[in-house]
Design a binder for this molecule. Structure first.
Ligand SMILES: Nc1ncnc2c1ncn2[C@@H]1O[C@H](COP(=O)(O)OP(=O)(O)OP(=O)(O)O)[C@@H](O)[C@H]1O
Length: 241
């Protein structure tokens, strides 16, 4: 049986000794798409930053493709095929091309030109902007650069923190369509979001509340669970479940 793309086992993550993610476990199969939902402060960014190695854990383990990476550097995790798009996602003072070159560096087995061709097929409008500072692009185009910067290295697992942040509904739909394309081409995705439109490409939803997993199951089950659904949309308290 193929190893899990990601296995998070009982991890606890704390800031100044205060745990904000508590004994959390999560599994992602190769080829799977999971969306992590949760209100502001639920712990989504904290969890993702620990998975990619930007935050230390104070308990539990993180494994990528069968290897324990709990103590590994972010660079080592990237070499194992992990790419991370933070909310910011790009270096604004660098050109679009330089951003893409940085992204491509994590996969030395693939030429930059081959990767560039792939991402320009996905985002043709970036073709005419390659030499412009990424920060001079619109919010939607910057997001395209952020995604392209991750995808150019052909990661085995793409982790994204709130790709919809700061985007108009039109661009949110475009990002969702892009993720549908990437996923149908076989990319494994773990995406933290507050926008339920992102459930369109996911098989599994994980709902976080106060650093705990409140739901982990099929998207259809989440949609059919009125209490959970209403609670997530803030209509009723999740405590009533
Ligand atoms: N650098 C930090 N130092 C101390 N506490 C932090 C820090 N970053 C986040 N926290 C706290 O950890 C908790 C989880 O925050 P986190 O940013 O992970 O939530 P989130 O679900 O990503 O929220 P949002 O959707 O608003 O980004 C919050 O209570 C937050 O105040």
């Amino acid at each position: 049986m193929a190893a899990l793309a990601l296995e998070v086992k009982d991890i606890t993550i704390a800031y100044s000794g205060m745990a904000v993610v508590r004994e959390l476990s999560l599994e992602v199969d190769p080829g799977q798409a999971i969306v992590i939902l949760g209100a502001n402060g639920a712990g989504k960014s904290t969890l993702l930053r620990a998975i990619v190695g930007l935050l230390p854990t104070s308990g539990g383990t993180v494994s990528l493709f069968g290897d324990d990476v709990t103590k590994a550097s972010t660079a080592k995790r990237a070499r194992k095929g992990l790419a991370f798009m933070s909310e910011q996602g790009i270096f604004p003072s660098l050109s679009v091309k330089e951003n893409l070159q940085l992204g491509a560096m994590t996969n030395r087995n693939r030429s930059f030109d081959a990767g560039l061709e792939t991402v320009l097929a996905l985002f043709p409008e970036l073709g005419g902007r390659l030499n412009e500072p990424a920060g001079s692009l619109s919010g939607g185009q910057r997001k395209m650069v952020g995604i392209a910067k991750c995808v150019i290295a052909q990661p085995s697992l793409l982790i994204m923190d709130e790709p919809s942040a700061g985007l108009s509904p039109k661009f949110v739909s475009e990002v969702v369509e892009t993720l549908i394309t990437l996923h149908s081409d076989g990319m494994t995705l773990l995406v933290a979001e507050q926008n339920v439109e992102f459930l369109k490409f996911a098989q599994t939803a994980v709902v976080l509340e106060g650093g705990y997993v409140r739901f982990n199951g099929p998207v259809a089950e989440l949609s059919n669970n009125k209490t959970l659904h209403d609670a997530f949309f803030g209509i009723e308290s999740i405590q009533e479940i």
